[in-house]
Design a protein around this ligand. Structure first.
Ligand SMILES: Cc1ncc(COP(=O)(O)O)c(C=O)c1O
Length: 483
């Protein structure tokens, strides 16, 4: 296919230049002035369109969107591609709803993003949770081992689908090829949450993508690592156990009828760049990342994950080196403190922190200068703080234990609920998902029993000034089951 083409972007440019007088929405009519000092805001309106015959319909595409989706599918080696304008959150919901009917079992690692739990609630699927492999030295959860997937399917032969995170937020990729082969031998559908792996098909040193190893569905946040605008994402399908019609039906159940053409055009432009220049860009980026890893590993008090992190038995058959995971324990500080200092004292925003690590993402938009700024800031932090305090040792007992599921997430969601204070919640069955953002992995989900470990973990994150998501304005008020 001709990847120089950008069907949506090109049609949008033509529509913006056409001089048509608009008596349709959006109401700014491409001529309103917001009155800011920044001309960008007024110029942007020229490209903000509703669907027309020339610009095609996202919910039933036959024109430029269809063409652009076919190019996207080709770029990822998929049979079909679907543009999404509500992030991979929407893709995850759609994958689950397309693959499993109410009551059918789905195997999930417990370190899934909240969108997966929401997909379980919406679809009525019965989750079979499996513990991911835990790396206690770095205080992070990794992927699923293929062996655990096999054992769980042997134990629950009626499992309909398996969801794999490829890769985890911290770059660990499971043995997806073996998981797909085993699942397909047993008529089990494989869904891949590739929110952090949209760049995988574009360089051979990245872990294999879901579509490359024959998974049925995957959703990739092109907006996260692939260079498109925030919220634009894609759903990819290898047709077989799940049909195109089924996916389209589910998408039309929950997707907006007013998708943003700015987002969709950016998917077109990012795909063109990734296909035509990705290999060269990532050759250079990986060279820089490896140089920077080498430099960070020599800074006192720090260590960094590299290609050597691979250990298939521990749920990491391959590792995505664009995730720069720096262990900062040796500075005597938590990752949360380093995260704040990098922002407040050095003007560096990293993706997220955990107790022992920070995660800096190196993406298609980075180069030597941005990576050097990170190394300089880390070197300076080490000069200032290394040796001032002993290596950090936080008791993590129970932080990674899977809470017991008492009621299915869907039944818990629809059950009567009452409010209790966090301090008194031990033993109650949780009625909501509570999580730290980022990464948005719930500490507890609807239907799970609240343990002392969960409460302690929550209080620990709060003490570290993390952003906590719960449904009440008071972060210490939780919804639990009961009248
Ligand atoms: C593993 C994982 N899956 C899905 C999502 C949802 O993606 P999006 O933010 O594109 O909606 C995220 C977001 O952080 C994520 O980390």
């Amino acid at each position: 296919m001709d990847h120089h083409k950008t069907p949506v972007f090109t049609a949008l440019g033509e529509a913006a230049a056409s001089g048509v007088v608009h008596f349709d929405v959006p109401g700014h009519k491409k001529r309103m002035q917001y009155g800011t000092q920044d001309p960008f805001w007024d110029q942007m309106l020229r490209y903000d369109f509703n669907s027309t015959k020339e610009l095609d319909l996202l919910s039933s595409p036959t024109g430029v969107i269809r063409e652009a989706e076919a190019l996207m599918a080709d770029a990822y080696g998929a049979d079909e591609g679907f543009f999404l304008v509500n992030g991979s959150t929407f893709g995850v919901l759609a994958m689950i709803m397309a693959a499993v009917d109410p009551g059918e079992k789905i195997l999930l690692p417990r370190n899934v993003h909240k969108s997966v739990i929401n997909g379980v609630i919406l679809s009525g699927a019965a989750p079979v949770f499996v513990d991911p492999e835990i790396d206690y030295d770095n205080g992070i959860a990794n992927g699923l081992s293929a062996q655990k997937v096999r054992e769980t399917i042997e134990e629950h032969p009626d499992i309909r689908a398996v969801l794999v995170i490829n890769p985890t937020y911290f770059g660990a990729a499971s043995d997806l090829a073996s998981i797909v082969a085993y699942c397909h031998d047993h008529q089990v559908i494989v869904l891949v949450d590739e929110a952090h792996g949209a760049h995988f098909p574009f360089h051979p040193d990245f872990p294999p993508s879901g579509m490359a190893v024959g998974a049925d569905l995957s959703t990739a946040s092109v907006h996260k690592t692939g260079g498109s605008l925030t919220q634009s994402s894609i759903l990819l399908l290898n047709e077989g156990m799940v049909t195109r019609t089924r996916v389209r039906t589910v998408l039309n159940l929950i997707q907006t009828t007013s998708p943003s053409y700015l987002l969709m055009a950016s998917l077109d432009l990012a795909r063109r760049k990734l296909v035509l220049e990705g290999q060269t860009i990532y050759d250079e980026l990986l060279r820089e990342i490896r140089r920077v890893q080498e430099q960070i590993s020599r800074i006192a008090g720090l260590s960094v994950l590299t290609r050597d992190y691979v250990d298939p038995k521990r749920g990491r058959t391959s590792f995505d080196e664009t995730k720069i995971v720096v262990n900062v324990r040796g500075l005597g500080m938590t990752g949360f403190e380093v995260y704040d200092r990098l922002k407040d004292e050095y003007g560096i925003q990293v993706e997220l922190a955990e107790t022992y690590v920070i995660l800096a993402l190196a993406c298609i938009g980075d180069d030597r200068s941005t990576l050097d700024a990170l190394v300089e800031a880390l070197s300076d932090l080490s000069r200032r703080f290394y040796g001032e305090a002993p290596t950090l040792d936080v008791p993590q007992k129970g932080f990674f234990d899977k809470p017991t599921t008492v009621v299915s997430p869907r039944n818990a969601f629809y059950s009567p609920k009452k409010k209790v204070r966090l301090e008194e919640a031990e033993g109650e069955v949780c009625g909501e998902s509570i999580m730290i953002y980022p990464p948005g992995i719930p500490l507890i989900i609807p239907g799970e029993k609240i343990t002392r470990d969960v409460i302690n973990h929550y209080l620990f994150y709060e003490e570290q000034h993390c952003m906590i998501i719960n449904n009440d304005e008071d972060p210490h008020v939780l919804l639990v089951l009961g009248e």
